[in-house]
Design a protein around this ligand. Structure first.
Ligand code: DOR
Length: 421
């Protein structure tokens, strides 16, 4: 199969060019038109985005999302690769589940699935899952995300076992006893609203503990790889920054919702803003943004976490946590931070940066590279209309906002996975 995409610009260039794709690889640039010709209308081409953190809800929670809707939503968001989280029903802790997800995703023609598997059986935190078999089945990461790893000894064993397999352990870093029943950031707003708060210290204390586990192993010549998911507080970021200075195998991701929203949003008493870890203060968001600039934040990830509308319409105390917006992540980042961070940096944080966290080859658009790419329309301002989402979660905090930087074409493995009508 041959496709030529014409009238596109490479990031950092104003020159119009074309790219030809043959049998899943980039055949070359500016070649004579060949095969199916797709007009890029002056859009900007980049490697397809890589998502390290999405909840696709299969198996067992397909009223919220499924592989077909979630991977279509990802492709519409410009993503070519998605790591799905294992906090499903049943939990993805069995090699047979990993295999069946991969088999199904392979038939969909959407973004490529890379499943994460549970670190512990049933994500119960007590006994390690069968990590070797899970890796052999195709799992790319181990995590109990959605739950916290309270048992430090089990986490340490998991880090070591994963490291022996060349794998990263990702952690949802919140101290459960400090978080207690907090449903939003603990601070002036939670006090004013009379809503139970979840203190920043719950995250920082857990990140500190986990870094010390990594440090203790490193000091004995036993290096491991810890990735802190959805890091939300200034203090936790300072701890990660310090761990990096110490040369430890610690990375972290930050989510666009923690950069663009704060706990002030909870004044609406709308559970669309309820997420774990919670929306923090503007000072935290500013600090995280600084971390993106100085490299202490490794990459961006969405933590796309769809729930049904009925669940999210419950009151703040009872509604589940999670914000679903994989279709908006790039336009949101580009609209809000395109000028301050720059297009190249935003693209890097969503492509090469997550690849580095995982130890994958950094994606490029060079001749001979795998044909995973996205074309963005950087100029047209469009309103966010959740009814048009491919995700089953047709609501979002940014509904009605005007954003630019929308993906118009996503190619995965040399095939069109998404094309804006
Ligand atoms: O807000 C969240 N929702 N945070 C998590 O860690 C889990 C996720 C979910 O599964 O809904």
């Amino acid at each position: 199969m041959i496709i030529t995409i014409t009238n596109i610009k490479r990031v950092g260039s104003d020159e119009l060019t074309s790219v030809t794709i043959e049998n899943g690889v980039i055949k070359g640039w500016n070649l004579p038109e060949d095969g199916e010709v797709i007009d890029g209308h002056g859009g900007t081409v980049a490697p397809a985005l890589i998502e390290l953190h999405a909840h696709l809800r299969e198996p067992g929670q397909t009223q919220k999302e499924d592989l077909a809707s979630g991977l279509a939503a990802a492709a519409a968001g410009g993503y070519g690769t998605v790591v799905c989280m294992p906090n499903t029903s049943p939990v993805i802790d069995d090699p047979a589940i990993v295999r069946s997800l991969l088999e199904k995703a392979g038939t969909l023609g959407q973004a490529r699935l890379k499943p994460a598997a549970a670190l512990t059986r049933g994500q119960q935190g007590e006994a390690l899952a069968e990590l070797t078999y899970l890796k052999n089945a195709g799992a790319v990461m181990f995590t109990d995300d959605g739950r916290t790893n309270e048992n430090a000894r089990v986490l340490r064993l998991g880090l070591e076992t994963a490291a022996s397999l060349g794998m990263v352990v990702s952690v949802h870093a919140e101290d459960a006893s400090l978080r207690a029943d907090g449903v939003m950031n603990e601070g002036a707003v939670s006090e004013a609203l009379g809503v139970p708060g979840n203190p920043a210290a719950a995250e920082a204390a857990r990140v500190a503990r986990d870094i010390e586990i990594v440090a203790g192993l490193a000091a004995q010549g036993r290096p491991v790889r810890l990735h802190v998911q959805h890091l939300s507080t200034a203090r936790a970021l300072d701890l990660v920054r310090d761990a990096k200075k110490r040369g430890l195998g610690v990375t972290c991701e930050v989510c666009p919702h923690h950069l663009t929203l704060t706990d002030e949003a909870l004044r609406a008493f709308d559970a669309v803003y309820k997420v774990a870890p919670p929306l923090r203060t503007q000072a935290d968001a500013d600090h995280l943004l600084e971390g993106l600039r100085d490299g202490s934040v490794d990459c961006l990830a969405t933590d796309h976490a769809p729930h049904t509308r009925a669940e999210k319409e419950r009151d703040l105390l009872d509604a589940p946590s999670g914000i679903a917006y994989i279709e908006l992540a790039f336009p949101l980042m580009y609209t809000r931070f395109g000028e301050s961070l720059g297009l190249e940096k935003i693209v890097e944080l969503l492509t090469a940066a997550p690849a580095r966290v995982m130890g994958w080859p950094e994606p490029t658009l060079d001749t001979g590279a795998p044909a995973d790419l996205v074309v963005f329309d950087l100029d047209t301002q469009r309103e966010v209309k959740p009814t048009e989402f491919k995700s089953k979660a047709k609501f979002t905090p940014w509904a009605g906002e005007t954003l630019k930087g929308w993906p118009v074409l996503t190619v995965v493995d040399g095939k069109v996975a998404y094309r804006r009508e």
